[in-house]
Design a protein around this ligand. Structure first.
Ligand code: ASP
Ligand code: MG
Length: 422
C-alpha cells in the first residue's frame, strides 16, 4: 500500500487533473490511497462564502457560489465528453447542497458552520477526480474521509482519535480492496465527530490526512506531489540558488517545520516517524525526477545548510518598572497572558532585568499588550523585523543573509543559528 497526496495546485484545472491521472497510471500496479485537496483556491473561496453566509449578504453569496460553480463546471466540461454522465449531476447536487445550506438563517456557532461549508471543496474535488479516473478505466473508488477519520468536536482543528480512526480506515480500505479496487480516492483535511458531524483538521491539513492513512494502514511510503522539485533548503521566494535536500531525517524535517519551513504541514511527520514510513516529496510537473525523501537516517542532515525566513516580526521587550530581576514569577505572569491571547513566540531571550520575545506582527495586538503590562513594566517594541533561522550554519552562511544589515538579536546552538535582522 502506498499513499499519495495531491494539493490544490496539482488539481487546479482540467489539464492538471489529467496530469494527476498520468502520474497515477505509472503506479497503478500498486494499491494506492490518493488523498486530494480542494481544487485551486476553492478553500479560500469557500471561506469567503462562509463569511457572507454569517453576514447574511444574500446577493454577494449568490454571486460567489455562482463563480465557484462555474469554476468546477469549466473543469468537468473539459474532462468529460458526454454531458449525461453522473458526474454532472453529482457536482450539481453538491452546489445545490451549498446553496440550500447558505439560504438558511445564520444561527449558532460560526466554526461549526465553517466546517460544514468548507469541507465541500474536498468533496467536490474527490468526486470529480474519482469519476475521471473511472472514465479512464482505473479500478478507482471514492472513500468518504468524513466516515473514516474520527476527531473530537473541536471545529476547524479537530484532534484525531487514533484508535477509532485506525479501525475505521482499515475496515473501509479492506472492503474496497475486496471489491477489486486498487485506487482509493479520499479527501484531505476532513474528519468527523463521534456524532458524525463534519470537522476539518486546520488549513493545509491534507498532508496530515495522508500521514493518518499511511500510519493506520502501515503503508510502504507516502508521496506528496508538489509544484516544487522537493524539499528545498530555502524558499525560492527569498533566495536565489536554492538546493534540493535529497535525503533528510524525520528529526530534521520536524525541526525545519517547527522553525517555519512551509513545504509540509508540521503535524505530518510525527506519525510517519513513529512507524518509520518514508515520505517522498516530488514534483507533479517533473514526476520522474527523484525529489526528496524524509526518512530515519540522520546521515545526510548536515550536508546542506537550510534557511528559513519569517518576515513582519515584532520584538517586544518588557522591563519591570522597579528594575527587579526577571524571575519565574514575572515569566509566569507574562506567559499566562501570551497563552491566553494565543500569541505564539518565535524566539525569546532574557537579561537580568528584561524579557524579550519575537512574534509575527499579524498575531499580536500591540495596543492591548501595552495596556495590559504598562503598570508593571516598561514596554518597548520594534516592528518590521526579519527572523532568519539557519540549520547547519557556518560563518559564510551567516554572512550571506546578514551582509549590509543590522543584527538586532542573535542566538546560536550547535546546529541552529537564529538572527533577528532590522
Ligand atoms: N483545502 C485545504 C486548505 O486549502 C486543505 C489543504 O489544502 O491541505 O487549507
Ligand atoms: Mg488547499
Amino acid at each position: 500500500m502506498r499513499v499519495f497526496k495531491f494539493g490544490g495546485a496539482s488539481v487546479k484545472d482540467a489539464e492538471s487533473v489529467k496530469n494527476v491521472g498520468e502520474i497515477i497510471r505509472e503506479y497503478s500496479q500498486d494499491d494506492l490511497i490518493v488523498v486530494v485537496s480542494a481544487m485551486g483556491k476553492t478553500t479560500n473561496a469557500l471561506e469567503q462564502i462562509m463569511q457572507l453566509y454569517a453576514k447574511q449578504d444574500k446577493s454577494a453569496l449568490e454571486n460567489q457560489i455562482f463563480d465557484l460553480k462555474n469554476f468546477h463546471f469549466t473543469i468537468i466540461n473539459e474532462l468529460f465528453e458526454k454531458q449525461n454522465l453522473p458526474v454532472f449531476d453529482k457536482v450539481n447536487n453538491l452546489f445545490q447542497t451549498l446553496s440550500n445550506y447558505c439560504s438558511t438563517n445564520f444561527v449558532g456557532d460560526y466554526d461549526f458552520h465553517y466546517d460544514q461549508i468548507i469541507s465541500l471543496g474536498e468533496i467536490l474535488s474527490t468526486t470529480i477526480i474519482a469519476e475521471y479516473l473511472k472514465s479512464q478505466s482505473f479500478n478507482a473508488t471514492w472513500l468518504d474521509a468524513r466516515k473514516t477519520v474520527r476527531t473530537d468536536n473541536r471545529w476547524r482543528e479537530g484532534r484525531v482519535n487514533w484508535e477509532v480512526t485506525e479501525v475505521l480506515i482499515q475496515t473501509a480500505v479492506e472492503k474496497a480492496i475486496k471489491n477489486e479496487t486498487n485506487i482509493i480516492i479520499t479527501q484531505g483535511f476532513l474528519g468527523h465527530t463521534p456524532k458524525g458531524e463534519t470537522t476539518t483538521l486546520g488549513r493545509e491539513g491534507s498532508d496530515f490526512t495522508a500521514s493518518i492513512f499511511a500510519y493506520c494502514l502501515d503503508a510502504n511510503d507516502v508521496t506528496i506531489w508538489k509544484d516544487v522539485p522537493g524539499m528545498l533548503n530555502a524558499d525560492p521566494k527569498y533566495f536565489d540558488n536554492t538546493e534540493l535536500l535529497e535525503k533528510i531525517s524525520f528529526r530534521e524535517a520536524i525541526e525545519l517545520a517547527y522553525f517555519g519551513a512551509s513545504v509540509i504541514h508540521p503535524k505530518t511527520i510525527q506519525p510517519l516517524k513513529r512507524k518509520r514510513i518514508p515520505l517522498h516529496i516530488k514534483s507533479f510537473i517533473h514526476p520522474s525526477e527523484q525529489g526528496s525523501v524524509i526518512q530515519e537516517s540522520i546521515e545526510y542532515d548536515d550536508h546542506i545548510p537550510s534557511f528559513i525566513f519569517k518576515l513582519d516580526q515584532v520584538l517586544v521587550s518588557l522591563t519591570p518598572k522597579d528594575f527587579s530581576f526577571i524571575v519565574e514569577e514575572n515569566l509566569e505572569h507574562i506567559f499566562a497572558y501570551l497563552n491566553q491571547q494565543k500569541i505564539r513566540i518565535n524566539l525569546m531571550q532574557n537579561s537580568a532585568v528584561s524579557f524579550s520575545f519575537i512574534v509575527d506582527q499579524s498575531r499580536i495586538n500591540l495596543e492591548a499588550l501595552v495596556a495590559y503590562f504598562q503598570d508593571d513594566y516598561a514596554v518597548k517594541y520594534n516592528q518590521g523585523l526579519e527572523l532568519v533561522t539557519i540549520r547547519h550554519y557556518d560563518e559564510p552562511t551567516i554572512n550571506r543573509v546578514t551582509v549590509g544589515k543590522k543584527i538586532i538579536l542573535e542566538q546560536r546552538s550547535r546546529q541552529t543559528a537564529r538572527l533577528v535582522i532590522g
